[in-house]
Write a protein that binds this ligand. Structure first.
Ligand SMILES: Cc1cc2nc3c(=O)[nH]c(=O)nc-3n(C[C@H](O)[C@H](O)[C@H](O)COP(=O)(O)OP(=O)(O)OC[C@H]3O[C@@H](n4cnc5c(N)ncnc54)[C@H](O)[C@@H]3O)c2cc1C
Length: 439
């Protein structure tokens, strides 16, 4: 992937600057890194992207279970009315579909389908939960669990389900101030895979795979980034490695990051949204495509036959997801098969053909699903997005841009925007496109 024909270089840049190999080095080739690289190249910068994995897309990844494609990470194009992936998909000729809408899921308990009245009651409880989340505002930041304290049990369950299934975390740990910043809007889906869309946007960029950055030296002129791809000197580094990776310390910064940035990394946390998938031989047990089933008390949300494919995708989040991941793929698939068999009958066991676990929790390239802010930490995203020394720019779903744009946090759209903003800032700082930088 060395072509860059689609991204013209500026005649104003001195490529021969002896102190740097490229203007901008981008760490990570997920949505943010791809967005940053495209933006910097479009502005005339010379760019090199270093990616730890052997593939593009990061947490947007279209994997397979028994040969059937599914999105192991991001699947929904959230707030599609303003999500830049909608335009990019059109540009790339990739089809999107409107999402059928949430709230139609069929609740089960102990394998028994609950009456319609129960579903209606849960819908009302959800509405009450949304009203509490968006319709009220306390002086201090609360946890999601505290927000619903004293409410009916069903409202507490709605908060737990939202925490686990949307944020990947237990409601006791999630701060509501951060959630209130998030953009709302209609969702779209990508039949060909959100991961495939993100990877398509990265095709042709100057990306080196299997090149995990281990050290970023930003002590003197510009930056020097070190890893298996060697030492690369650049005017600026855009760092899009996930928050969990930054918090693990697996990338060393010399000198250490300023206290405000280090504090922001320490204040935010990674949730643990996880997917388990089963493939079947074509038997659909009477359920149409697609069907959402909520087996209450199991921690799983189930989607039967997405895009008319012979798979069941289960999502699970928070402590239950961490416990499941520790058991490994085989046990996770067996646990899901038990839940499916409770609902459709033991014949499920005869028709299952494969199982898959998407483990973002122990993956050293993600170390969690996506970021959330505990109570009191809502300002940490904007803090992390603050450029450092005119040459380090953190970008990704955890920053989602900066003070005014954190609404896209946790999402692929927000990551792309964050990457674009970081590239604009880096190029402005290096005066790319105007004249050669003296940095
Ligand atoms: C299960 C799950 C479901 C989700 N569902 C949705 C959804 O429906 N809609 C949505 O919008 N979002 C969803 N998300 C969140 C979304 O996937 C992320 O917000 C987004 O993909 C993050 O993009 P990013 O570029 O910030 O980070 P990443 O995609 O993680 O990219 C960072 C890149 O950095 C690389 N890297 C790590 N360490 C190094 C290193 N040392 N050197 C070089 N490279 C390194 C990684 O390999 C990775 O490719 C989901 C996530 C998960 C896990």
């Amino acid at each position: 992937m060395t072509e860059r024909a689609a991204f013209p270089s500026s005649p104003f840049i001195q490529r021969s600057d002896a102190r740097r190999d490229v203007d901008v080095v981008v760490i990570g080739a997920g949505a943010a890194g791809i967005g940053a690289a495209r933006e910097a190249l479009a502005r005339g910068a010379s760019v090199r992207v270093l990616e730890a994995r052997g593939r593009l897309g990061g947490r947007a990844f279209t994997d397979q279970c028994g040969g059937v494609p599914f999105d192991a990470g991001a699947a929904y194009v959230h707030y599609a009315d303003r999500n830049p992936w909608v335009g990019l998909a059109a540009e790339l000729g990739i089809a999107l579909e409107p999402h059928r809408g949430w709230g139609r899921g069929v609740p089960f308990r102990g394998g028994v389908r609950l009456p319609e009245q129960d579903r209606q009651e849960r819908m009302r409880a959800s509405e009450r939960f949304w009203q509490l989340l968006y319709g009220t505002s306390e002086g201090r930041d609360l946890s999601l669990a505290d927000l619903v304290r004293g409410e009916a049990d069903t409202v507490g369950e709605a908060a737990r389900r939202y925490g686990e299934q949307a944020i990947g975390e237990d409601p006791e740990r999630i701060g509501v101030a951060d959630l209130r910043q998030l953009w709302e809007g209609p969702d779209k889906t990508v039949p060909g895979g959100y991961g495939a869309l993100v990877a398509a946007a990265g095709a042709g960029l100057p990306i080196t795979l299997n090149a995990a950055v281990r050290r970023v030296d930003w002590g003197s002129h510009g930056v020097v980034v070190e890893g298996p791809a060697g030492s690369i000197r650049a005017g600026a580094a855009i760092i899009t490695a996930p928050l969990g990776v930054l918090a693990s310390g697996s990338i060393r910064f010399d000198p250490p990051l300023p206290p405000a940035t280090a504090g922001a990394i320490g204040a935010l946390r990674m949730g643990a949204l996880t997917k388990v998938v089963l493939a079947f031989d074509g038997e659909r047990f009477g359920w149409p495509s697609p069907s959402d089933l909520y087996p209450l008390g199991t921690g799983f949300n189930l989607e039967f036959w997405p895009f008319n494919r012979d798979i069941v995708i289960a999502t699970i989040g928070g402590t239950q997801a961490r416990d499941l991941v520790r058991l490994g793929e085989e046990s996770a698939a067996a646990a899901l098969l038990d839940v499916v068999a409770d609902i459709v009958g033991s014949e499920a066991r005869r028709h299952v053909t494969a199982g898959r676990l998407a483990d973002w929790v122990s993956d050293p390239c993600s170390r969690g699903a996506y970021s959330y802010a505990p109570p009191g930490a809502a300002g940490a995203r904007a803090m992390l997005a603050e450029p450092i020394g005119g040459r380090l720019f953190f970008a990704g779903e955890a920053t989602s841009g900066g003070a005014d744009t954190v609404g896209g946090a946790m999402t692929v759209g927000g990551a792309l925007i964050a990457g674009q903003i970081a590239a604009q800032q880096a190029c402005a700082r290096l005066r790319v496109g105007e004249q050669a930088s003296s940095v």
